[in-house]
Design a protein around this ligand. Structure first.
Ligand code: NAD
Length: 499
């Protein structure tokens, strides 16, 4: 891998994307009212790019382009094998431009480009390839039926594309999540109007160029950048959108359901989490501490599956808390492009204020602050990795998703105790069990309310595995076969075999 390019180089590359215009029907166009919005660096607080700020009229144009391909366009006539080939080509192009794409995301969210180069981009490419493989394997079933008025029948099912999809993406791992939606929905034969986060439009617009280069017909993939309350809302309200797939906060997820529900749109929601990491006294403690630290601090804690509730068996709680605090203090925070820096700022000013508000609340509620908590930079939205110990699960720092590098350690006594505390949350996305006891590992993994559980490893996210949550963590699954089927409708056909 080359060393990370400078923000200026990233910006120059970004400006190559047709001045960051909307991508509708295969053309880059400005917003219908000429509106723009600034993308601000969380490191320097400087404007690093200006993208088009789409309108409801732009969404309407994009939906029409997507609908035309679905109702009778070239895309509609393509076989699954042909779609699979195009998605594979897209994956090849993403692989070719992986470093540039990683740098684009990194510059927007203030993250070291190394992380997206090593994790997000390989995952995005694998997701596209995995979805491409399903494109010609979306099969129906033949179902035995007793017949019709005494005459024999045969019944079978077809899996048809759900239609035009409105895809709404957050800023924390933007390109990867875009591919979690794009690969499966294209494999299923859908078309899409995609709205990236206002903070991270660059990589999505680069993807638009790659879709063209791959030969995906114009109008299949449309990208409307802009504000959630304008573009996102217009997608949810538009009668031509059949399904909304959303990744983001539970608050916006609830708003989307409120709008899309009465319109009977299909809705998939990938929302937040407050994932427990349960550490038993028979665990390999060094590995557990290292895994827990990664689970909390990766991407500045701005990961839906961040393992921010660390439940530790009482006998080892003090020792383990000291290990985690040591790990937190050893993290070098600063400009992610500087040598040796391991953690950049949180991505938005509002996020910075939110994290600090929770830190103050944790102290006020009586948890013990073992590491971090203070602001050390005068410019940029930097938060020191923070560890609270001796916390209670009822505290706000244990119940609410902070979305920053803050861990809350809660002691427990027995296995039953651990399961009860783990499940005492409105969220249910990921969970991790750290133990040397195989039977206990499976017992606890099965008892915990979560969409994905790691045993002695933190939240494996893999293109082949279903990803999603229960409760306030969301509805539906992305990735794997479940992720592809989520973009299909099952139709039953019955034929009379008499006459
Ligand atoms: P957010 O909900 O503020 O925004 C997400 C997207 O929704 C953005 O594109 C935004 O513009 C858009 N949006 C905002 N208001 C809207 C509205 N009224 N109607 C339609 N769209 C609207 O979330 P965020 O701050 O970008 O991301 C952080 C959240 O995302 C966290 O809660 C995190 O846990 C969650 N997340 C979940 C997963 C997962 O897989 N479960 C993955 C990543 C992030």
């Amino acid at each position: 891998m080359n060393s990370p390019s400078t923000p200026a180089a990233q910006l120059a590359a970004a400006q190559d994307i047709a001045a960051l215009e909307l991508f509708i029907g295969g053309r880059f166009v400005p917003a219908s009212d000429g509106g723009t919005l600034d993308v601000v660096s969380p490191v320097t607080e400087d404007v690093i790019a200006t993208s088009a700020s789409g309108t409801a009229a732009d969404v309407d144009t994009a939906v029409k382009a997507a609908r035309a391909q679905l109702d009778g366009g070239e895309w509609r006539r393509m076989s699954g094998s042909q779609r699979g080939l195009l998605i594979h080509r897209l994956a090849d192009l993403v692989a070719r431009d992986a470093e540039l794409i990683a740098d684009m995301d990194a510059s927007c969210i203030g993250r070291s480009p190394i992380e997206p180069r090593l994790l997000d981009l390989p995952n995005a490419i694998e997701t596209l390839r995995h979805a491409a493989g399903w494109a010609d394997k979306i099969e129906g079933r033949t179902i035995p039926t007793p017949g019709y008025m005494g005459m024999p029948t045969m019944s079978y099912t077809l899996r048809e594309p759900v239609g035009v999809v409105g895809a709404i993406v957050p800023w924390n791992t933007p390109f990867m999540i875009t591919c979690w939606k794009l690969g499966p929905l294209l494999a299923a034969g859908c078309t899409v109007v995609l709205k990236p986060s206002e903070e991270t439009p660059l990589s999505a617009l680069h993807l638009a160029k790659l879709c063209q280069e791959a030969g995906i017909p114009d109008g299949v993939v449309n990208i409307v950048t802009g504000y959630g309350r304008v573009v996102g809302k217009a997608l949810c309200e538009h009668p031509g959108i059949d399904k909304i797939t959303f990744t983001g906060s539970p608050e916006v997820g609830a708003e989307i359901q409120r709008i899309a529900g009465p319109l009977f749109k299909r809705v998939s929601l990938e929302l937040g989490g407050k994932s427990p990491q349960i550490v038993f006294d028979d665990a390999a403690l060094d590995a557990a501490a290292q895994g827990c630290a990664m689970g909390v601090f990766f991407n500045q804690g701005q990961i839906c599956a961040a393992g921010t509730r660390v439940l530790v068996q009482r006998g080892i709680a003090e020792r383990f808390a000291a290990m985690l605090a040591g790990a937190a203090k050893s993290v070098k925070v600063g400009n992610p492009l500087d040598e040796g820096v391991q953690m950049g700022p949180v991505s938005k000013k509002g996020q910075f204020e939110r994290v600090n508000r929770y830190i103050r609340q944790g102290i006020a509620e009586g948890a013990t602050l073992l590491a971090g908590g203070e602001t050390t930079h005068t410019k940029g939205w930097f938060v020191q990795p923070t560890i609270f110990a001796d916390a209670k699960n009822s505290m706000s720092i244990a119940q609410d998703e902070i979305f920053g590098p803050v861990a809350t350690i809660i002691p427990f006594d027995t296995e039953e105790d651990a399961i009860r505390i783990a499940n005492d949350s409105r969220y249910g996305l990921g969970a991790t069990v750290w133990t040397g006891n195989v039977a206990r590992a499976h017992r606890v993994a099965q008892a915990v309310r979560a969409g994905a559980v790691g045993i002695n490893c933190w939240a494996p996210i893999d293109a082949r595995l279903p990803w999603g949550g229960v409760g306030s963590s969301g509805i539906g699954r992305e990735c794997g076969l479940s992720g592809v089927l989520a973009y299909t409708e099952e139709k039953a056909i019955t034929v009379l075999l008499a006459g």
